[in-house]
Design a protein around this ligand. Structure first.
Ligand code: 4AD
Ligand code: MG
Length: 462
């Protein structure tokens, strides 16, 4: 077989002229007919499969027309206009080689599978229509994240994955240790962490923010984009133990600037998807969330609403809705409250700002009322909280007092306090959960279905 250079099916289906191509990919379906047989071949470069037309004159016609779904082929052929609806071209096969056959035990046969089943074959689900679309979208939006910040002059910083600090203070860190778990060195009955690899207790980071702040006080505008880890034992459709977060941090900025950046960022990503991922979005719109494209197009032009936590509590109390968790000033907003706010009251994205000090992390800037902090969460329909951020406490004495209140030993964070000692400045930032963003843009309802190999309690197999 004459070896031509491979062309991605994405290029082939958009070809201008009916020329020769070599394509390589995996069989999605086979239709064997009396006169002629058809194979739908997909190589992941786009949603569409290329229709191959097999003539019985082919020397290996018997073999080719009986390949299984999932088999891998190399094909040379020329394009002909397709009489079938919905596709411009099909490929008249001149010669084809079977690289790897697949028998009927291949689990992704043609019928529709539940997402739950597909999770149990996470190693094969990228070869399905839905997950092809999800992971192309994930790749495109990763690029768009960098594009947004690089176009605005932000510095990309890689913050550490192993750290001694629990940024959110929620005690949800996975431990990193080389000590023998069955017989660790002890001192006074306690594990002696000073004899561990890093000579102190360390874990996987829950957020790159604290180190991000250090860089913002040198480079002004920075962002991180990396994996973060939380050992919270919550088995919900919106929590993963390993997820990716984008954390911009901006110097000389307050809470209002922070919200504007969050709004511009989310809008940019949505517009990017609408302009660059149309074929996959059309699929999500048809099969996953009806009205998805209308929703995204509305977001591209809508102004985001803002409401204070205190007002949000009042609106929830007045709504007449009964909630599982009672609503009163001081309570943490539960997902049912968040969704009611964004889905029923505002019917779109809404920033909730100025939360009670007691329910937020130590680094958030104390407001003049002494009861609330300059925090902001962005809530969106179906997903709830997609962004969490704040203006940071830049006043050394206030921060020290707050850390003492939260029981955080100052000597662990002396480096964090140092940037308040020398050249302190107002600054702010937020974290966007990348999987939550993907859920919002694709309409997929479970976080396990927007990350290649999800880590959740009890699951780390693939
Ligand atoms: O609200 P969070 O906990 O904020 C922080 O970590 C700050 N340090 C961010 C900052 O100000 N630089 O998390 C930020 C976002 C959430 O809004 C949510 O989208 C996502 O991260 N997130 C999760 N996504 C998936 N699984 C989890 N377990 C998540 N926890 C938070
Ligand atoms: Mg949060």
């Amino acid at each position: 077989m004459k070896i031509l250079a491979r062309t991605a099916i994405k290029q082939v289906v958009q070809a201008e002229n009916a020329v020769e191509f070599c394509v390589k990919g995996w069989v999605r379906s086979v239709r064997r007919g009396k006169e002629v047989s058809f194979i739908a071949l997909n190589d992941g470069s786009c949603f569409a499969s290329l229709q191959l037309v097999l003539d019985p004159q082919l020397s290996n016609y018997e073999q080719l027309s009986r390949v299984g779904t999932g088999a891998c082929l190399v094909v040379n052929g020329h394009l002909v206009e397709s009489p079938a609806a919905g596709q411009k071209w099909e490929l008249q096969v001149r010669e084809a080689t079977l690289l790897g056959d697949a028998d009927e035990t291949f689990p992704l046969q043609k019928k529709r599978h539940s997402f739950e089943f597909l999770r149990s074959i996470a190693h094969l689900r990228p070869r399905s229509n839905t997950f092809g679309a999800v992971f192309r979208m994930r790749s495109a939006l990763s690029f768009a994240v960098h594009k947004f910040f690089q176009e605005r002059g932000f510095l990309y910083v890689q913050t550490p994955i192993i750290t001694a600090n629990d940024c959110e203070g929620a005690g949800e860190m996975f431990r990193v240790s080389t000590l023998d778990p069955t017989n660790p060195p002890r001192q006074n009955g306690q594990v002696d962490w000073s004899r561990d690899f890093f000579a102190e207790r360390t874990g996987l980071t829950v957020s790159g923010q604290l180190q991000g702040e250090l860089f913002a006080t040198a480079f002004s505008d920075i962002y991180t984009f990396g994996p973060t880890f939380r050992a919270e034992n919550s088995n919900t459709s919106r929590h993963a133990a390993e997820f990716w977060m984008i954390e911009p941090e901006i110097a000389f900025a307050d809470l209002v600037d922070n919200c504007r950046l969050g709004e511009d960022f989310l809008r940019y990503l949505v517009v990017y998807a609408l302009e660059n991922c149309r074929e996959d979005l059309d699929f999500f719109n048809r099969r996953i969330e009806k009205g998805l494209i209308d929703k995204l197009e509305a977001l591209a032009t809508a102004e985001f609403q803002t409401i204070s936590y205190t007002e949000a509590i009042e609106r929830l109390q007045k709504s007449g809705q009964t909630f599982e968790f009672p609503v009163e000033w001081g309570c943490d907003l539960q997902s049912e409250h968040e969704r009611y706010l964004t889905e029923q009251i505002f019917r779109g994205p809404v920033f909730v700002t100025d939360y009670p000090t007691r329910i937020k992390a130590f680094y958030m800037r104390l407001n003049d009322d002494q009861k609330t902090v300059a925090a902001m969460d962005l809530l969106v329909p179906r997903v709830g909280e997609i962004i969490g951020g704040s203006q940071r406490e830049e006043r050394l004495d206030v921060l020290q007092a707050r850390m003492a209140e939260c029981g955080i030993a100052a000597e662990h964070l002396d480096w964090y306090l140092d940037i308040r000692r020398w050249g302190s400045c107002p600054h702010a930032g937020f974290g966007l959960g990348f999987e939550r963003l993907l859920m919002y843009i694709t309409g997929m309802e479970n976080i396990r279905d927007v990350i290649p190999f999800p880590r959740t309690p009890g699951h780390a197999r693939f």
